[in-house]
Design a protein around this ligand. Structure first.
Ligand code: TXA
Ligand code: MG
Length: 326
């Protein structure tokens, strides 16, 4: 059932459900999350079941503030502290050593745990109301079936899971792609997943360069090569390649869509075209929505013009490369 997240009564109701071990979907500034109380392994198991997510893939635990992070962390490393100080509440997830014997299912039995304090008024209100009911944090992956495109509106969540699930509606997610994840559990920070926050900003706050993810466990869903996939086949193309392909294609009424910043001439002849915004924040904001819309329109093939190089496009590029790997 879809409830207005701006309504206090709806938030109280959702917090009651979380406290009782039920699932609730809620908005954050990045994407919508599918939440369960993080300290209840049985409640967390329901998330894995509903998403069809393999149990080896750990979840992010959402907390109302920095102090609450301390309930899940064995220690917040100085590195994690610097990042949290700079970016919380906000679209940054830190991975730290987990407090033993706590939130084991949410962490998929890893010795570490992923923590995030979202900057979204409804998410925050829900986390505070849940805390008032004894819930120390809410484990929440993106509210989509495993491997699919993350939801950026409440309607997307209903499309994924149907009308039985409680969804707090907070409108379209402001940022549109998931949080940046930085592993702070070792000596040096590792960027496990790029987000809207640029590498430069994170490195400046960390006072250290960000390493690339090594191939070690856990194989996280956001870090699998194929992820964020619409039903249509996605091909990522350079601008000249896209131009040439469209010339060859002519006016063939293929179930083809083109998503590009430039408008190649072939597009005029009936190929469905969506304009990719010139600004990376705007592109991130609408990316998953566009992929879902094209799926709904029955498109079979999506040709995407490669985004420009540059750190501010890293998050969008990452999601497109994974969508195209499916
Ligand atoms: O923006 C976001 O982060 C959204 C919203 C709902 O907050 N959440 C989200 O969760 O994207 P999810 O489950 O779809 O992605 C969680 C990512 C996965 O790549 C997961 O493997 C990684 O976090 N992760 C979680 N715990 C980890 C750990 N202990 N070590 C390494 N990676 C971890
Ligand atoms: Mg996800």
């Amino acid at each position: 059932m879809l409830l207005d997240g701006h309504d206090d009564a709806a938030v109280s109701d959702a917090a009651d459900r979380l406290a009782a071990g039920e699932l609730v979907a809620f908005p954050t500034e990045t994407v919508y999350g599918l939440g369960a109380r993080a300290d209840d392994d049985a409640a967390v198991a329901r998330i894995f079941e509903l998403k069809g997510r393999p149990i080896g893939h750990p979840l992010i635990v959402h907390v109302a503030d920095r102090e609450d992070a301390g309930r899940f962390a064995a220690t917040m490393s100085p590195l994690a502290d610097r990042l949290v100080e700079e970016f919380w509440p906000g679209p940054l997830t830190v991975i730290v050593q987990r407090k033993a014997g706590f939130a084991a299912a949410a962490a998929a039995q890893q010795a570490t745990i992923a923590l995030r304090c979202p900057a979204h008024a409804i998410a925050h209100a829900l986390l505070v109301a849940a805390r008032d009911r004894g819930v120390p944090g809410v484990a929440a992956p993106s509210a989509n079936r495993f491997g699919r495109v993350s939801p950026t509106t409440a309607a997307h969540v209903v499309d994924e899971f149907g009308a039985d699930l409680m969804v707090l509606d907070g409108g379209a997610a402001q940022l549109g792609i998931e949080s940046a994840i930085v592993d702070c559990s070792g000596d040096q920070p590792v960027l496990l997943r790029p987000g809207v926050l640029t590498r430069e900003r994170i490195e400046a706050a960390a006072a250290a360069p960000l390493l690339a993810p090594h191939d070690a466990s856990p194989r996280a869903p956001g870090t699998l090569v194929s992820h964020y996939a619409p039903r249509a086949t996605v091909r990522l193309m350079t601008t000249p390649m896209l131009r040439m392909a469209l010339e060859v294609l002519g006016a063939e009424p293929l179930k083809l869509a083109v998503y590009s910043r430039s408008v190649p001439s072939g597009v005029a002849t009936g190929v469905r075209h969506r304009r990719m915004p010139a600004r990376p924040e705007q592109a991130a904001h609408e990316l998953f929505s566009v992929l879902r819309e094209l799926d709904r329109e029955g498109v079979h093939l999506i040709w995407v013009e490669e985004p420009p190089p540059g750190p501010e496009w890293e998050g969008v590029r990452d999601r497109l490369v994974r969508a195209a790997a499916a």
